[in-house]
Design a protein around this ligand. Sequence first.
Ligand code: FAD
Length: 447
Amino acid sequence: MKQADIVVVGGSAAGLTAAITARRHYPEKKVLIVRREARVPIPCGIPYVFGTVATPEQNLVPDAVLDKHGIDLLIAEATAIDSQAKMLDAAGTQIAYDRLVLATGSGPVEPPIPGVTLDGVFAVRKDVEYLRGMLEQLKTARNVIVIGGGFIGIEIADEINRAGDTTVTVVEIAPHCLSLAYDDEFCVRMEDHVRSRGVTLRTGVRVDRITGGGRAERVALSDGTELPVDVVIVAIGAAPSVELAKTAGLDISPRTGAIVVDRAMRTSQEGVFACGDCADKVSFFGGVPSRLRLASIATSEARIAGANLYGVRRENIGTVGVWSTAVEGLALGTAGMTEAMARNHGYDVVAATVEGPNRHPGIMPGATNTVTKLVFERNSGTIVGGQVMGDVAAGEIINALSACIQSRMTAENIAMFQMGTHPALTASPIVYPIVNAAEMALSQLGR
Ligand SMILES: Cc1cc2nc3c(=O)[nH]c(=O)nc-3n(C[C@H](O)[C@H](O)[C@H](O)COP(=O)(O)OP(=O)(O)OC[C@H]3O[C@@H](n4cnc5c(N)ncnc54)[C@H](O)[C@@H]3O)c2cc1C
């Protein structure tokens, strides 16, 4: 039998962050991570193992961080929880705990498409051996079809395309790729960019079936076309992994299938917390259920769970939804609601978009155009969303916008924002995009 004060199940973004946070807040406590895999892939780096990073073995969360923080590790699958006795069963090893954090994450959604179990059809699993198997088959594949044009599908398609002499097609059921995260004008710019790099995008159609004698050979689309295929990659979302939570009788949301938690990340049973992709989420906007599953959300929740283990110190504000995507030379970032999303949720909004060089003067080396769109609630003038498109800086500009959203800043606050500028690094302070877009929104608001 083993014993630890705090046991964390899961060793990826949420589990590792919860364990580190627990050590920071409760340095006298013994912390143990139980995770099933010997090597943990960096989930967000997975698209790059198909091209830029080249192998799954070069995309790993370093275990050195465990030693650095004095966290113990047991590599084993946790199979059952007795929350009355405060015991965890990990492949036959009984572990006594005082506090338990479930960070069991998610697995890929596998759609009920006929032929999805054929050889050559893959989901995007956070599993080094599985990814290696995909890479082996991709080496000889001539035709690859990616089902799902979200950011994961687009990034994987572009990486496979850049890595070899392969015909890559993305099939997306919605009228535009990335439409769950960006307004149409941003989606179209990224679609044009991806197409210009040689990836075929088939939008507004669905995959009806995959056929072949034992392995995938053809994909039939809803518009009647059939495409030859050697490898199919399904990238249509993630579903929470809650099998272990069920053994403890924890409440599971019937709506989302995730572990029910309160704003302190406590589950329905005392002493048991949950965070990350396995935990239920509500939106920052109005507390409605949220199906977003992101590393940024997972680690934020983990910092809350880890701090609250022996008394509530932090509260979850809900999911803002901030993330970026990049395809060679073009980066997109989104935070909060898009204009379309806000209108669909019944918000009365104004949106302002500005476009201009990200250096001053615009002939400075490295200058590219940046498009910044801000969305404000009309009545209060509060920012509810932002989108940025440009070079790599979009990844950090969107984080600044997320801070504005989380602080519920108004257009007036943002118009008076004091930003740091430099000719070689940023846009001009006279037309700084965030500030400029806020000023434009104020004109529309008549303020
Ligand atoms: C290809 C890809 C790209 C992504 N890119 C981005 C991005 O750019 N930005 C972003 O914000 N998000 C991104 N995400 C989403 C992000 O990866 C997830 O939100 C994040 O991994 C969630 O972390 P987690 O720790 O909650 O869950 P997971 O990463 O799913 O980890 C769960 C852990 O629990 C372990 N586990 C589960 N059950 C058991 C058990 N019974 N016993 C022992 N161990 C168990 C697993 O083995 C794993 O270690 C991406 C996801 C994918 C798949």
